[in-house]
Write a protein that binds this ligand. Structure first.
Ligand SMILES: Cc1ncc(COP(=O)(O)O)c(C=O)c1O
Length: 432
């Protein structure tokens, strides 16, 4: 029996330590590595030791550099945040367990009760819910405006003191592109900070800090990590502001796990290669879609027909992987199209190696009737596509047969669908 391992009293001097004590000590002995590894190691440790109590206190209070506890800092997580910040052209960055964790911390750092935010009407649904719900309950008001209408933005800023102007580089539903130079200038002239969600673009397409933004938030879950297998977020900006964001995170706790940071960093290494391929395929697919019957409209920044094509050519280095298109057959056509696809995944999210097609009217926004959809800026036949890394010819072949199905379903089913589509009690769209 092993009862002797559970002695209550002290051992006589000189006696070996118990097995459990020795096992813990033995399995926590660090290897000595003189050769620097080529990959950033996963520091799977929450706790870091100090020489004495004074040193531990000084590290925890940031009086001297170092690591004390995982929620404050972790070497792998710090390396990932620094890498993203460097690519964003920012002085500093701090990483989070998700994009929403990053957005919450960035806005929570800047906002207090009584403050006002002017935000893009084309904002990601959960960011809008964060502003109206979580921050709304704390006495912060949000005004949503069309960021492509600079006059409307100026009027909204002039309507009352504004703490934050919040935009997205590329946004749903119609791949709206924000003019960061003009918006940063407007924000600063009205005493507001300019905060940008750069998720659809990534720093390979756009670096909002270089164009005047004070803070940039990214859901690294998307293009940065790039494989739909890790959740992460990053806030980048000046060292002084990011220091305040870190303090906010220390008290709120949306920490990034070091293993997730490692995976996200691995994705970051190939961001440029993936974005080049996403861009090339999305541009070609968008041009091809424009020529197909049964499609009313296609939106991709590379298209001359894109409403902000000129802005995109100044603000974006590449067109990126996100496109949207409108089927003439409305909701039924959209549903038939998405159900007929054989290559793209029918799933949420974006920015992955595989193509993801979403038809909000039959998925995330299915409870909304056409009027409520229109109020949300979504038309019944609108499809959003995150173009993956597959071969273009395979995607056009698959989209071609899905368009055949959409054309067959659209006009014939239109009347029936508008009858059976839920018309009452529009629900809050699902947060994806
Ligand atoms: C534009 C945008 N910002 C932020 C988020 C939130 O990111 P996460 O899911 O990593 O919290 C998403 C998620 O889809 C998004 O599309």
């Amino acid at each position: 029996m092993g009862d002797h391992e559970h002695e209550a009293g002290p051992r006589p001097a000189g006696t070996a330590r118990g097995f459990t004590t020795r096992a813990i000590r033995a399995s926590h002995r660090l290897p000595v590595v003189d050769q620097p590894p080529t990959s950033v190691p996963i520091y799977q440790s929450v706790t870091f030791t100090a020489a004495d109590a004074a040193e531990l206190g000084a590290v925890a209070n940031r009086e001297i550099p170092g690591y004390a506890y995982g929620r404050l800092d972790n070497p792998t997580v710090v390396a990932f945040a620094a890498a993203v910040a460097e690519l964003e052209g920012a002085e500093a960055g701090f990483a989070f367990g998700s994009g929403m964790g990053a957005i919450h911390a960035a806005l929570g750092t800047l906002l207090s009760t009584g403050d006002r935010v002017v935000a893009t009407a084309a904002s990601y649904g959960t960011s809008r819910a964060l502003l109206t719900g979580v921050f709304g309950r704390l006495g912060i008001t949000a005004t949503f405006v069309d960021m492509t209408d600079l006059g409307a933005v100026e009027r909204a800023l002039a309507a009352g003191p504004t703490r934050v102007l919040y935009a997205e580089t590329i946004a749903n539903p119609t791949i709206v592109v924000a003019d960061h130079v003009a918006l940063a200038d407007l924000a600063h002239r009205h005493g507001a900070s300019y905060v940008v969600d750069n998720t659809f673009a990534s720093p390979y397409l756009c670096r909002p800090v270089e164009l005047g933004a004070d803070l940039v938030v990214e859901s690294a879950t998307k293009f940065i990590a790039g494989h739909s297998d890790v959740m992460a977020g990053v806030v980048s900006g000046s060292a002084a502001l990011v220091h305040r964001v870190r303090e906010f995170q220390v008290d709120t706790g949306a920490s990034l796990d070091p293993h997730a940071a490692y995976l996200a960093m691995r994705g970051l290494s190939t961001l440029a290669l993936r974005m080049d391929r996403h861009t090339a395929t999305a541009s070609a697919l968008a041009g091809w879609l424009e020529r197909q019957p049964g499609i009313d409209r296609v939106w991709h920044p590379s298209l001359a027909s894109h409403p902000q094509h000129e802005v995109a050519s100044r603000v974006l280095d590449h067109g990126g992987g996100m496109l949207a298109f409108e089927l003439s057959g409305g909701r039924a056509a959209g549903r038939a199209f998405i159900d007929a696809l054989t290559i793209p995944e029918r799933t949420a999210s974006l920015g992955s190696v595989f193509t993801i097609v979403a038809h909000p009217p039959s998925t995330t926004h299915r409870q909304l009737d056409d009027a409520a959809l229109a109020a949300a800026g979504i038309t019944p036949g609108l499809l959003r596509c995150s173009v993956g890394l597959e071969d273009l010819a395979d995607l056009t072949a698959d989209f071609g047969q899905a368009l055949d199905a959409a054309r067959a379903a659209g006009p014939r089913d239109a009347a029936r669908v508008s009858e059976d589509a839920p018309q009452r009690a529009p629900a809050v769209p699902a947060p994806v």
